[in-house]
Ligand binder design. Structure first.
Ligand SMILES: [Zn+2]
Length: 76
């Protein structure tokens, strides 16, 4: 094996490690804050004190991360 192959092997190893690490964090922390409502789960009306549940996250304030979708797809 030449030195180029060793470098490539190391790069692949690091990439694989990062992918596994990302999937594991998505396993432990599956949600990210909803951008539409800032994690509050509700949208305020432009006037008064009226508000409605956020449509993007259905009022939960969190959205499932992409990695968690992948995790569910792989390990369901
Ligand atoms: Zn939301």
């Amino acid at each position: 094996m030449g030195s180029d192959a060793v470098l490539l092997f190391r790069a692949v190893l690091v990439a694989a490690f990062l992918v596994v690490w990302y999937l594991l964090t998505c396993r432990i922390f599956p949600y990210r804050r909803c951008r539409a409502c800032g994690g509050s789960g509700s949208r305020k009306a432009p006037f008064g004190s009226s508000y409605a549940p956020c449509r993007r996250c259905a009022g939960s304030g969190g959205r499932l991360r992409l990695g968690r979708h992948i995790w569910n797809f792989l390990f369901r």
